[in-house]
Design a protein around this ligand. Structure first.
Ligand SMILES: [Zn+2]
Length: 148
């Protein structure tokens, strides 16, 4: 059996956690083995790099929503007593396909270095802007509005 480095071990643990979050929380399966198998088949390797890590790694300029709206807080960090960590909204432009199997439109991610919380959603940027409370409702912001 191959011995894992610490980095490889952490990566695998994170992979399992992601599989659990994506497939079990979404109700696709309740079985962690099935979830992990699905994850490996669907999202692992290059796919994980493109689809998931894009949102987690690198620099993160604040988006319009991050700056102007009251965002949900990370439930994982709350339960781990890391303090209030507002989640960051990332818009997924990748169309439904092999790299975005379920056609997710957005993802809330936690930036805390010890946290891997990610929550995928079918809501678009407009949906979130219509749903989330504004930080300062008095400042006018240009956004698309439905007529009528
Ligand atoms: Zn968190």
């Amino acid at each position: 059996m191959k011995e894992l480095t610490m980095d490889e071990f952490v990566d695998r643990m994170n992979t399992i956690a992601r599989a659990r979050k994506i497939f079990i929380k979404s109700g696709i399966t309740k079985n962690i083995t099935d979830a992990f198998t699905l994850y490996q088949e669907v999202l692992a390797d290059h796919h994980r790099d493109v689809f998931l890590h894009t949102y987690v790694e690198g620099s993160h300029p604040k988006t319009f929503v991050d700056q102007n709206y009251i965002r949900p807080q990370c439930p994982e960090c709350r339960s781990q007593r890391r303090g209030k960590q507002p989640l960051y909204l990332r818009i997924i432009n990748m169309p439904k396909g092999p790299q975005n199997m379920y056609g997710y439109k957005s993802a809330w991610i936690c930036m805390h270095p010890k946290c891997i919380y990610e929550e995928f959603s079918y809501k678009t940027l407009d949906d979130w802007m219509n749903t989330l409370p504004r930080k300062n409702p008095n400042i006018k912001v240009e956004k698309k509005r439905r007529k009528g």
